[in-house]
Design a protein around this ligand. Structure first.
Ligand SMILES: *Cc1c(COP(=O)(O)O)cnc(C)c1O
Length: 410
């Protein structure tokens, strides 16, 4: 009874907002299958045991009208030429694209649409940041709110690792990449702002090194409007949160609908996206939620990983020793110290798996027929993540509102 109470009375009394919400609601749901499971098994276990019928799952969705038709007219036209335009109201019709996944002529058109989107974004990037990027490079994007659990700094560790590898071995056959990050930081979130500074600092060094073809861009003022130019131009979608921390994600869905492949952990809706598109068409890495929990309960000591893995240590040291901050060893110290001594979101535990998965990405990019096939299959199989399906589930199973048929004027 004490655990179910709306008031916590263990010390100074306060209102438990989640308990209040459960008591006041006839239905309680998570926003992806994994999230709903975690609510039932851990966060709201007592309420789930008391009222099991109130609990359900409603996996999030995104609208294909805004995030494909409006944002990506080139892809929309190409798809509609092949299968008609009913898919805009019934996204599962995109399955008809599966039979075209290996069609050479269709693949060529698919790549042409993507390249045109990448050229258009390159112009916008030049206008807004001054950075010149190559549309033929692999566009590797992470756009989302800046937060330690989303691990933008794990992305940066990969960018720095690549930079060091290219400097140490100039003949390394790594296809050039354009790394783009964007997103807002809450005004009082010091570490998030330091992560934005880190992206800019790494960008300044990488972009101005004549021996390096990679480019790093921090896209200013990420918003839904700007997002419409970004998702359609991506080749690779970074969905690399610490497993168990991302409730669903919706950026992951927008990227997939526009033909980007995902590199990601088993977190939020990534789990279901991978199920839908197929394991072969998704770059998976990292600890599972269960592995995160069991490692933490045994005692997680990131310093031991830093001490025992030379390539990890060299990467972190390059940031700490001022390579990207004009010799200033204090600037990124708070971020580095947190990683070595706390690492709440386990970047160090996932570092090597992430680097290895990124090597698989580079190899797959080298085979453009294979990459294009994976891209087409992603679009063909993400119908589940339409907001039409999500909203219909809320109507039927939670709000008890039947659909109303509307005759549109012809
Ligand atoms: C879709 C979207 C998000 C959510 O992105 P996630 O990757 O799911 O965190 C955040 N901001 C904007 C502007 C978006 O369009």
């Amino acid at each position: 009874m004490a655990r179910l109470s709306i008031i916590d009375e263990s010390g100074e009394r306060y209102v438990r907002m989640a308990n209040l919400a459960c008591v006041g609601s006839h239905a309680i749901n998570g926003v992806a299958a994994l999230h709903s499971d975690l609510l039932r098994r851990f966060a709201l276990k007592d309420f789930a045991d008391l009222w099991p019928d109130r609990f359900s799952n409603k996996t999030n969705g995104v609208t294909p009208r805004r995030f494909v038709a409006l944002s990506n007219p080139g892809l929309t036209q190409l798809i509609s030429q092949q299968i008609g335009d009913n898919w805009l109201k019934d996204v599962n019709q995109l399955r008809q694209l599966e039979k075209l996944a290996d069609d050479k002529a269709f693949q060529k058109q698919w790549r042409a649409v993507k390249l045109a989107n990448k050229q258009r974004l390159a112009t916008i990037i030049k206008e807004r940041t001054g950075v010149v990027v190559q549309p033929e490079s692999l566009y590797d994007f992470q756009v989302k709110r800046i937060h330690e659990y989303k691990r933008q700094h794990l992305n940066v560790l990969h960018i720095v690792r690549r930079y060091l590898d290219l400097k140490q071995n100039p003949k390394a056959q790594l296809p050039p990449r354009t790394f783009l990050l964007g997103g807002k930081a809450a005004p009082g979130y010091f570490m998030a702002k330091l992560m934005i500074k880190l992206v800019h600092s790494v960008a300044d060094v990488v972009n101005n090194d004549p021996a390096i073809q990679d480019r790093v861009v921090f896209f200013p003022d990420f918003s839904v409007k700007n997002a419409q130019n970004i998702y359609p131009a991506a080749d690779l979608s970074e969905q690399i949160s610490n497993a168990g921390k991302e409730a669903s994600g919706t950026g992951n869905m927008k990227f997939s609908m526009n033909g980007a492949l995902t590199i990601g952990t088993l977190d939020g809706a990534n789990v279901e996206i991978r199920e839908e598109v197929g394991n072969d068409n998704f770059f998976l890495f990292g600890l599972t939620t269960e592995e995160v929990e069991s490692w933490k309960s045994r005692g997680y000591h990131p310093r031991e990983l830093y001490d025992s893995q030379p390539r990890l240590r060299e990467t972190i040291d390059a940031i700490a020793n001022g390579t990207f901050s004009g010799g200033d060893t204090g600037l990124f110290r708070p971020l580095i110290d947190h990683l070595i001594y706390h690492d709440t979101y386990m970047l160090l535990a996932d570092f090597q798996a992430y680097i290895d998965s990124q090597s698989e990405v580079s190899a797959a990019w080298g085979n453009s027929a294979k990459w294009t096939r994976m891209s087409i299959l992603n679009v063909a199989r993400v119908g589940k993540f339409s907001s039409d399906r999500a909203i219909a589930e809320y109507c039927k199973e939670i709000w008890n509102v039947p659909p109303v048929h509307i005759e549109l004027p012809s």
